[in-house]
Design a protein around this ligand. Structure first.
Ligand code: HEC
Length: 284
């Protein structure tokens, strides 16, 4: 047990969260040595003879300092940063300077975390607009690059096994790194569809993308719709430039065979996507 030190003196000099975040109960006396403590001997010893620190108080607003602060958490612990830093500055600080992210970490695709920060052509074009309305020329270019990337299966698109497709669609396993990297020798990467799409009504999916419930029932299974759906899964930017949807084929997340399995999950009449009790309803 470390000795409880006159933390109240440190509070006078530093902000409440700074002291708490750095966990510097032991360092506090050194930092404040020589400075006249605002309230020496803050409290009387209690029955055990241990001095209790004063309850922490918020520092009085300092005109020179920003009025509010944001809580940040990185490899150095939990600290406060001025709230007037932009989101981008904060993100860059957290990723590049605070060592909050191990950039040298090996990734499943055989590169490093740093390589993942290098944008490819589509990402560069999509970053130009910075959340603004996409420039039609850039959108056209993105769509062209994406369309050129799509490799259709030889012999045409055939639907695979919807059960395998369901397992893939509901698995988010794959390319996570950090402290517990997804190990492909133990489990194959999933397709992650559920995170953005409602797929069937036997489970709850995400809402970033449109609901795909009753997909086959509503769309039929013409060659045209199969080709469109294959293309969307392979590289959705061909149809939706700068979409959030990951490029499952173009980025080697799914093989052609796995795309066929996921498509079976969307199209097969026996799949829960098309047999769900509430199938046919939109907006679910
Ligand atoms: C990170 C979110 C995300 C993930 C993961 C995702 N999608 Fe999407 N998807 C979207 C968004 C968003 C759209 C709508 C296009 C747009 O406007 O950007 C979309 C569109 C679609 C469409 C076209 C829908 C239509 O009405 O024509 C299909 C089909 C589709 N996704 C299937 C899938 C499948 C299958 C998977 C898994 C392999 C998947 N998506 C994974 C976000 C995602």
């Amino acid at each position: 047990m470390s000795k409880i030190t006159p933390i109240a003196a440190a509070v006078a000099a530093a902000s409440l969260f700074l002291v708490a975040g750095q966990g510097t109960a032991q360092q506090a006396p050194a930092a404040t040595q020589g400075a006249a403590p605002a309230k020496p001997a803050a409290t009387a010893p209690d029955a055990t003879g241990v001095k209790r620190p004063e309850p922490l108080k918020k520092r009085a607003p300092d005109k020179a300092a920003p009025q509010t602060e944001v809580l940040i958490m990185d490899s150095q612990g939990i600290r406060m940063a001025p709230a007037n830093v932009s989101a981008q500055m904060l993100a860059e600080y957290l990723i590049l300077e605070s060592a909050g992210f191990d950039l040298s970490q090996a990734t499943q695709e055989g590169t490093t975390g740093k390589d993942r920060l290098v944008q490819d052509d589509i990402q560069k074009l999509c970053s130009l607009g910075k959340g603004q309305q996409l420039d039609p020329k850039a959108a056209q270019k993105v769509s062209e690059i994406a369309t050129a990337s799509i490799k259709y299966p030889e012999g045409g698109i055939k639907l695979g096994d919807w059960k395998k497709g369901r397992d893939l669609a509901w698995s988010g396993f794959g390319f996570r790194t950090a402290h517990n990297p997804d190990d492909h020798s133990k489990q194959q990467p999933g397709a992650n569809c559920y995170n953005c799409h409602q797929l069937a009504t036997d489970r709850t999916g995400g809402t970033i993308g449109p609901p795909l419930t009753s997909y086959g029932k509503l769309r039929g299974n013409s060659e045209e719709i199969l080709k469109y759906t294959y293309g969307v899964i392979y590289n959705a930017h061909a149809f939706f430039p700068c979409t959030n949807m990951p490029r499952m084929g173009a980025r080697n997340i799914l093989t052609q065979e796995q795309i066929a399995d996921v498509m079976a999950y969307l199209f097969d009449p026996a799949s829960p996507v098309n047999t769900s009790a509430m199938s046919g309803m939109s907006g679910m």
